[in-house]
Design a protein around this ligand. Structure first.
Ligand code: FMN
Length: 383
């Protein structure tokens, strides 16, 4: 199996599974507790159907939109995710280049493995930085200042990770960062020599954005769960979020908002956008799916703040459904991470190209020339 055999999410997932040692595959693939929310995130799109109009002259389609102040070619972008060099040795360098080429926003995480400054060198397009508030508040100011200097356009603060979700797959596989060779994992690394050799011959794994500020960031050498629980600040509150919005003083999103009440508070503290997200089902299992919450949040605040749908998106039709309910755009995580693992920069280009062409084809089949023609009259829930 190779990239030519990858036509959709499931194909990329299958190829990534072949290429990655199992602790790393399961770190991407897994959710928390019983993974009910992880599964519901995608299943929720299947409770309703698109209703097309025909004979609408769809010879010219405009899929472009503006998100967080930046014009993008189509209404989907990769969510900020941690540690790309675990999935492919080129890490964020590969994903950042692919995303620029495809004309959408590149988001990078506080827990990235290529620095803010290097991302800015390899990607001249729209860039978003995803902030985690550490107990050491000096880190926050430092990261915000570095992003400003490097020319990032927008920032998001992830608010659903005050403690780590209970990711039992990681406990079973003994996942640590960087991955440790243990008796249990040895076989898995031996069976994936491509990944293992690349990991050995290329630069040492590090959390590049925080390596200069904390020794703990250089090489966690423990589970991500332990790192989050030790370093992230569970005391984080609305005042801290407001402080970040003011410090950044530019387009700012709260990522991980799930209630109308919190979306309204996001407006009060000056946010530009809310990203409706449950961290891809990796945090609170049993929480509602973003798509299930979308209509209620858009109805309440959609005229005052951009609403972005994150989680469970696997198909272009999922993006169309979210836009029918009023989302400005969608973001997706696992989809492009499996593609990165499967084929580096090329892999991410291919998945984005496929999602873009699915969105375009589905718009034509829906009889919609531009995104504003996607609205709630074009979506019906099953009884
Ligand atoms: C391997 C992995 C690492 C992630 N790292 C982060 C992170 O560092 N910061 C963050 O805000 N969200 C992180 N997320 C969550 C994603 O940003 C996004 O919310 C989620 O993947 C969306 O769900 P989807 O994977 O179903 O598309 C991560 C997700 C995955 C799968």
């Amino acid at each position: 199996m190779n990239l030519n055999d990858c036509h959709n999410y499931n194909d990329f997932r299958k190829l990534a599974k072949k290429k990655l040692p199992s602790p790393i595959f399961h770190y991407i693939d897994g959710g928390s507790d019983d993974e009910v929310t992880l599964n519901r995130n995608t299943d929720s799109f299947n409770d309703c159907d698109l209703v097309p109009n025909v004979l609408a002259d769809v010879s010219n389609i405009d899929m472009s939109t503006t998100v967080l102040g930046q014009k993008i070619d189509f209404p989907l972008f990769p969510s900020a995710t941690a540690m790309h060099r675990l999935y492919h040795y080129e890490g964020e360098r590969a994903s950042a280049k692919a995303v620029e080429k495809m004309g959408t926003i590149f988001g990078t995480s506080t827990m990235g493995t290529v620095s803010i400054e290097e991302i800015a060198e390899v990607n001249q397009g729209p860039k978003l930085f995803q902030l985690y508030i550490h107990k050491d508040r000096g880190l926050t100011d430092n990261l915000i200042e570095r992003c400003r200097k490097a020319g990032f356009h927008s920032m998001c603060l992830t608010v659903d990770t005050v403690v780590a979700g209970n990711r039992e797959r990681d406990k079973r596989t003994g996942f640590t960062t960087p991955p440790k060779l243990t008796l249990g994992s040895l076989l898995s690394f031996a069976l994936h020599p491509g990944w293992t050799i690349n990991n050995l011959i290329h630069e040492k794994f590090k959390l590049a954005n925080i390596v200069h500020m904390t020794q703990k960031g250089t090489s966690i050498d423990k589970s991500v769960i332990d790192y989050i629980n030790e370093q992230f600040d569970p005391a984080m509150n609305w005042k801290d979020a407001e402080y970040c919005v003011k410090q950044w003083n530019g387009p700012f999103a709260l990522k991980g908002v799930m209630s109308v009440e919190d979306a309204k508070k996001a407006i009060d503290i000056g946010c530009t956008a809310v990203i409706i997200s449950n961290h891809g089902g990796r945090q609170l299992d049993g929480s509602r799916a973003p798509f299930d919450q979308l209509a209620e949040i858009v109805d309440a605040v959609g005229d005052k703040i951009e609403v972005i749908l994150d989680g469970g998106v696997r198909r272009g039709s999922h993006v169309l459904k979210a836009l029918c309910l009023g989302a400005k755009a969608c973001s997706f995580g696992k989809g492009y991470l499996f593609a990165l693992a499967a084929g580096g920069q090329k892999g991410v280009e291919v998945i984005l190209e496929k999602m873009k062409s699915e969105i375009c084809r589905d718009m034509k089949l829906m009889g919609c020339k531009n995104l504003s023609e996607l609205n709630s009259t074009k979506l019906i829930y099953r009884k």
